[in-house]
Ligand binder design. Structure first.
Ligand SMILES: Cc1cc2nc3c(=O)[nH]c(=O)nc-3n(C[C@H](O)[C@H](O)[C@H](O)COP(=O)(O)O)c2cc1C
Length: 400
């Protein structure tokens, strides 16, 4: 049975939700599910903006049929060729054989890479800034390479001033009927998941996000329709400002995130001592994570949030405990930058942890290491309180 909703008089949401999928991209846990947004525009001609994941194909096709109300489908605009948004291209072409697929050169290259059907008669290639008029609505195309794949483009509907923004401005989390962010308790329901989505999926491409935001700055935007998560029609500056901050790798919160690995609890114990001392000296709203307990995507999300991070790890086979190595290398791969970090290493016979953590941190741009690492030999000793007090003072000093 169809399940659609108008976002304006002639633009209809035809997307859907998946609450069964365990991991997005088979990597990121999504306890609140995910939604796939797609829209039909009804005008002299009709257009479908993006498709959805194969998991909800049946619902999607029923939605399109209902939204078209007997009309033919003239255009399929593909803003992003990732399979969770393109799984239905072939089915759409089979049902509407004269449809024009609107994409750029790279879009069509990706279609031929992913799929095995002949679409050449259906191609409608656009270039940066091209406008496609379908009646009262006109679609203008802005290329947004590497936000977050090379073929990505944004489609701007010029009459209603709606931006279809591909993966940008999106969030994990299924929709519970309320399509618009202002009809949800966004801060409570989606804000953390929007940052986790950004940091892990788009975070590497801050420069490219800045470039496309600059490109769009001359457009008046009344609504933003991302491919995942709620649609923005009110308080657009909230999400635009977040994207500006995140893509400049600026922290949201002046406080400390503490991240540790620990097999027998000794490194964990030192982190509790450090957090305790920081709290007594007035640092508020800290967050501590065990890398073995929490999926790295959550820690990476909070790394984007916090100004200061303390990493602590035991030595493992002359290297780092691999949960910590994985996390730090992933942060470096995501171009994580502009933070202050402090290190705690542990080892029982040939300590290497702090050295390896320092090497990885040094590959990150504009990441300052505060003071010298705290070195623990198996377990913290009473006489180390003084060194830890000094370590904590240096962190507090760096927060001023
Ligand atoms: C498999 C394994 C490999 C280890 N490799 C090293 C090592 O190469 N060098 C070292 O100094 N300690 C090594 N250790 C010891 C731990 O780093 C050390 O006991 C540490 O103090 C444990 O901290 P924790 O209590 O927080 O788990 C190893 C321990 C294990 C279990």
């Amino acid at each position: 049975m169809h399940c659609i909703q108008n976002i304006s008089k002639n633009i209809i949401w035809v997307g859907g939700n998946d609450r069964r999928l365990e991991r997005f991209e088979n990597m990121f846990p999504i306890p609140s599910g995910v939604c796939y947004n797609s829209f039909v525009i009804i005008d002299s001609e009709t257009a479908l903006i993006d498709t959805v994941d194969q998991s909800i194909s049946r619902q999607f096709i029923e939605n399109i049929i209902e939204a078209l109300d007997g009309r033919n489908l003239d255009y399929l605009v593909l803003n992003h060729m990732e399979p969770d948004h393109c799984a239905n291209i072939e089915e759409i072409v089979r049902r509407y054989p004269n449809i024009k697929i609107v994409g750029n050169k790279k879009t069509f290259q990706m279609i031929s890479q992913f799929y095995n059907f002949d679409f050449h008669m259906n191609m409608h290639e656009v270039k940066e800034g091209d406008v496609l008029c379908i009646g009262e609505h006109s679609l203008k195309f802005f290329f947004a390479p590497m936000v977050h794949w090379p073929e990505v483009m944004f489609t701007y509907e010029m009459t209603e001033k709606i931006l279809f923004s591909a993966d940008a401005f999106g969030s994990f989390g299924a929709l519970s009927g309320n399509l618009f962010s202002d009809d949800t308790d966004f801060e409570c329901t989606y804000a953390e998941e929007a940052r986790r989505y950004y940091a892990n999926i788009v975070g590497k491409y801050g420069q490219q996000v800045q470039a496309v935001m600059k490109k769009l700055s001359s457009c008046e935007i009344k609504m933003i329709c991302p491919l995942h998560g709620p649609v923005w029609r009110n308080n657009l500056s909230y999400i635009l400002n977040k994207y500006d901050l995140w893509s400049r790798y600026e922290p949201e919160k002046k406080s400390v995130m503490l991240v540790y690995a620990s097999m027998y609890g000794n490194t964990e114990n030192v982190m509790n001592v450090i957090a305790n001392k920081l709290a007594v000296k007035g640092v508020k709203d800290m967050h501590m994570y065990d890398v073995s307990k929490t999926h790295p995507s959550y820690i990476i999300s909070d790394a984007w949030k916090y100004s200061h991070i303390i990493f602590a790890s035991p030595t493992y086979n002359l290297g780092l405990y691999y949960g910590m190595e994985n996390l730090m290398k992933e942060l470096a791969a995501l171009q994580f930058q502009n933070r202050k970090v402090a290190l705690v290493g542990n080892g029982s016979w040939a300590p290497r942890a702090s050295k390896v953590m320092e090497e990885i941190a040094c590959t990150m741009k504009n990441v300052e290491i505060i003071g010298n690492p705290i070195e623990i030999t198996s377990s913290m000793k009473e006489e180390q309180h003084k060194a830890i007090d000094e370590f904590v003072d240096k962190i507090i000093e760096s927060m001023k």
